[in-house]
Design a protein around this ligand. Structure first.
Ligand SMILES: Cc1ncc(COP(=O)(O)O)c(C=O)c1O
Length: 423
């Protein structure tokens, strides 16, 4: 019997945390997204074809030219020059932070895992928007917490509902560890937390004794409306996560954590066991890109292009989607969150969408229990051309219309199946 067979016959050897994890729907949809007949609204992939080749080459050359450093092990906190470059980047959005209190991570995704590893024991409570980024749910769930979700509206996380949940949990409850939020152009909701709610959230964090973890991959991709100060700019104890994935290159895998020295020290310990250090080559490329190339100019190119795609999506939704369907109106980022009538299950509808040549991400994966969001979907406007987006929404509207017709017939006959299956 070889090792593989032995493993297959001994599932009881697998750790509990793995049995509790659910695969990311986006990862599963990757194969379909590459089919030429499919228009994908599923993934949140940045359009790296917009990057000027000269800037990428310059950054890569800087990394190659410094090979004594970039091909060697690096320090766990990361290259000081990269940390400095990130501190410089965030200054103009209102954050003042010292490079020595930064830890460079393998994408913001590793930052999420390290936050979980550092703060969560099994059964500890963490709060998030519901729905939220499914990669955060995957990262945190490895540490077996009790994840509680707070709904949002078009002003971001509902503070009244957060307060109700906090009252249930109680003040200074040692099990309550942190609240994770994506205040700008939330993934998957597309909504932005208002300045008043940001202030209130900070007040509540002090009143009830929890850490605020602010994840901000999309903050620079604003297409309308005014800039909102980050939570970290309001309170130095906020843990701020950033990434180069949406501003430069998702393939390089560089993100960062900005926090107080004590927290950075603990996260450093957690990271040592994970990977000793992130890729020094990638970090050097990132530093060179943000110090030696006209990255602000390129960012404007991203902003203009994504804005055109966003407008195409919102216009197509107005034109094609039936009146029973509602959606969010993002001022930036990559995503629109769509809500269908409660009896429509977007998971099972995906097969029909595939037949029509379009895919999206079903809503239930964005909730920790997978029991909510069945009637919702996330659609991304970041990757396809405006023409393709228009066509994708037209196709999707046909699929939805078919489902609604079916259900309208059931309703007319007084026999509605699956009613109340989702919220
Ligand atoms: C909200 C959010 N956080 C973190 C990440 C992970 O980013 P990275 O590519 O830096 O790992 C993503 C990626 O889509 C995201 O949307």
């Amino acid at each position: 019997m070889d090792a593989h067979i032995k493993f297959e016959t001994a599932p009881d050897k697998v750790a509990r945390r793995i049995t509790k994890m659910r695969p990311s729907a986006v990862r599963l949809l990757f194969a379909a997204a590459n089919r030429p007949d499919i228009i994908s609204l599923a993934g949140g992939m940045p359009d790296v074809s917009l990057l000027p080749k000269s800037a990428v080459r310059k950054a890569a050359k800087a990394a190659l030219d410094d090979q004594a450093v970039t091909l060697q092990y690096g320090s766990t906190n990361g290259l000081p020059e990269t940390a400095k470059a990130f501190c410089d980047i965030v200054r103009d959005i209102g954050i003042r932070h010292k490079p020595e209190n930064v830890i460079i991570t393998t994408g913001a995704q590793e930052a999420l895992d390290l936050i979980g590893k550092t703060f969560l024991d099994p059964g500890d409570i963490c709060l998030t928007e519901g729905p939220t980024y499914l990669g955060a749910l995957q990262a945190f769930s490895a540490y077996e917490p009790d994840i509680r979700t707070i709904p949002f509206d078009d002003q971001g996380m509902r503070m009244d509902l957060l307060e109700e949940e906090l009252e249930r949990i109680g003040k200074d409850n040692p099990r309550l560890k942190f609240l994770y939020t994506i205040p700008n152009f939330q993934n998957p909701g597309g909504v932005t937390m208002s300045p008043d709610r940001r202030k209130r959230l900070i007040e509540l964090s002090h009143e009830y004794g929890f850490i605020v973890v602010e994840d901000d991959p999309y903050g620079r991709l604003r297409y309308e409306g005014g800039h909102c100060l980050p939570l970290r700019a309001l309170d130095e104890s906020v843990i701020y996560l950033g990434t180069i994935s949406k501003m430069f290159a998702a393939g390089l895998r560089v993100g960062w954590i900005m926090a107080t020295p004590g927290v950075i020290g603990k996260i450093n310990l957690a990271k040592q066991g994970t990977d000793l250090s992130g890729s020094v080559f990638d970090q050097k490329m990132a530093a060179a890109y943000f110090t030696e190339t006209p990255w602000q100019h390129t960012l404007q190119k991203f902003v203009k292009t994504y804005d055109r795609r966003r407008r195409a999506m919102l216009a197509a939704l107005e034109e094609y989607f039936p009146p029973e369907v509602t959606w969010t109106h993002p001022e930036g980022g990559f995503f629109v969150w769509v809500t269908l009538p409660p009896y429509v299950d977007t998971g099972s509808m995906l097969a029909e969408a595939l037949d029509h040549g379009v895919i999206y991400t079903p809503g239930d994966g964005f909730y920790p229990d997978g029991k909510q969001g069945h009637n919702c979907m996330r659609i991304a406007f970041c990757y396809e051309s405006p023409e393709n987006i228009n066509e994708a929404i037209r196709r999707l509207a046909e699929v939805i219309e078919d489902r609604l017709e079916l259900y309208r017939a059931f309703i007319a006959a007084g026999a509605l199946p699956n009613a109340g299956v989702a919220e």
